[in-house]
Design a protein around this ligand. Structure first.
Ligand code: F0G
Length: 450
């Protein structure tokens, strides 16, 4: 295999990106109150805010969009969507939703009640919020290695199985309506879960008769990590690996904006007939009829093709190699990152990057602001601004949209990060001038600290 990473596609339609000068970016950043969420997207050169809904669709997906059947009920696009999803996930009921969090809300409203506890390796923020909204407690049980940014481990997303057993013994089976595994573990650095861990968690759940669900957003990337890193899987296709993984569960929630390769959409799956009926009833109330669930027929078609493309080996090889390339090239020069590089993103450790900044001066936000000033790159802080005093780390996530940026864009990002790294001592902290009562990171205003 040649060493140069090339994109396994050629480009048929281009979208210009806009250069700005440093002086312009200084003004723009000030006008955005040093909060990158408040920047107009057209003033961003390389947008690594999220890999969610930001991917490029293929020619096959665009062709499928034209096949969209927009019938209210019984649309044939739903049949395509259901068949494609069932071919991989294998679950009896496939319920479309407008995105992942809608699937979460429906699942937890139907399954959880006040006082319940839902274990997960690490809940994503919307997942946690939806568990809590249903009155239950969201319990994170990732292995100890998963909490140490600099430590390399092949499956840092694994759940601590002994801690799961202990939680069941402590809380009691009747207060645990389901156990979830997030593949890959986004909040833990985009780290994969091993098949062995999936099997162990599944066995514990079976023994206690607790339903076992996946948060499947990045299932294809997780399947490829299993192929690369776990004994016995090198010869299997990512599709076979995904099929095996889901066979150990009872259902899943999915945001098709990630490994569904679509710009919008999601779904909820279950093998439980009674639950599926309750979920569909709730779906009709807020999302739509069960054969479209808040999506257009054309969206269902795009997802039907997208979930299959996400499992193509050429694509996954490039995807994982390109993310690792970014991480390894900056780490080689000493830049502190969450190790090893994850599937969809690289996370900079801002506390180590900017040791001169106390946490009250938001090292992660300051670093993200500097990446924008230096090179027009937008990233996101996951730390003290997002979580307040509860933040255990201050990370800056560089999430890579699927099939959007080329290797030279990635080289550019490496160059800018290294330039910021060389000048890190000059970076000043920020202070808050406005904050909303909850989810403050989206709308906060900041200014350079004195
Ligand atoms: N679960 C995980 C693991 C996620 O990463 C996300 C979204 C969701 C659920 C919710 O899905 O956005 O379709 O409602 N993550 C995005 C991100 C927003 O930037 O990481 P959604």
């Amino acid at each position: 295999m040649p060493r140069t990473i090339i994109e396994p596609f050629r480009i048929k339609s281009v979208e210009p990106i806009r250069w700005t000068t440093r002086a312009e970016r200084e003004q723009l950043l000030q006008a955005a109150h040093y909060n990158l969420f408040l920047l107009p997207a057209e003033d961003v050169l390389i947008d690594l805010l999220t890999d969610s809904g930001t991917g490029a669709m293929s020619t096959h997906q665009w062709a499928a969009v034209m096949e969209g059947d927009e019938s209210y009920a019984g649309s044939k696009s739903y049949d395509h969507f259901r068949d494609a999803v069932q071919g991989i996930f294998g679950y009896r009921h496939v319920i479309p939703t407008h995105q992942g969090r809608a699937a979460e809300r429906i699942l937890f409203s139907v399954m959880c009640k006040k006082g319940d506890v839902v274990p997960n390796n690490t809940h994503f923020d919307t997942t946690r919020a939806n568990v809590e909204f249903a009155g239950a407690e969201a319990l994170d049980l990732v292995i100890a290695e998963g909490k140490q940014p600099g430590l390399a481990h092949p499956f840092k997303g694994n759940m601590d199985v002994a801690a799961l057993e202990a939680a069941i013994a402590r809380v009691g089976r009747e207060r645990i309506p389901l156990v979830m595994l997030t593949v890959t573990n986004n909040s833990g650095g985009g780290q994969p879960v091993s098949m062995e861990n999936v099997r162990q968690v599944s066995a514990v759940c079976r023994r206690h008769k607790i339903p076992f669900y996946f948060d499947a957003c990045r299932f294809a990337e997780n399947a490829y990590f299993i192929k690369l890193r776990e004994k016995g899987y090198a010869e299997k296709t990512p599709r076979e690996i995904a099929q095996e993984m889901f066979s150990y569960g009872d259902g899943c929630t999915m945001s098709a904006k990630k490994d569904g390769m679509a710009n919008i959409g999601g779904f909820l799956c279950t093998n439980d007939d009674l639950l599926a009926q309750q979920e569909k009833d709730l779906l009709i109330l807020t999302e739509g009829y069960p054969t479209y669930g808040g999506l257009a027929g054309r969206d269902l078609e795009a997802i039907a093709v997208g979930v299959q493309e996400a499992l193509q080996e050429d694509y996954l090889r490039y995807r994982i190699a390109s993310t690792a390339y970014l991480g390894n090239h900056i780490a080689e020069q000493g830049v502190p990152i969450v190790q090893p590089p994850g599937g969809h993103a690289i996370y900079l450790d801002a506390r180590v990057f900017l040791p001169h900044l106390p946490l009250e001066k938001f090292p992660g936000v300051a670093l993200a602001a500097e990446l924008y000033l230096e090179g027009g790159i937008r990233s996101v802080e996951i730390g003290s601004l997002m979580f307040g005093a509860a933040a255990k780390m201050d990370l800056v996530r560089l999430a890579i949209p699927r099939r959007v940026y080329t290797q030279s864009h990635i080289d550019y990002v490496v160059e800018i990060i290294l330039e910021v790294w060389r000048n890190r001592e000059k970076i000043r902290g920020l202070e808050l001038t406005y904050e909303a009562p909850f989810l403050r990171h989206f709308t906060a205003h900041l200014k350079p600290a004195l």
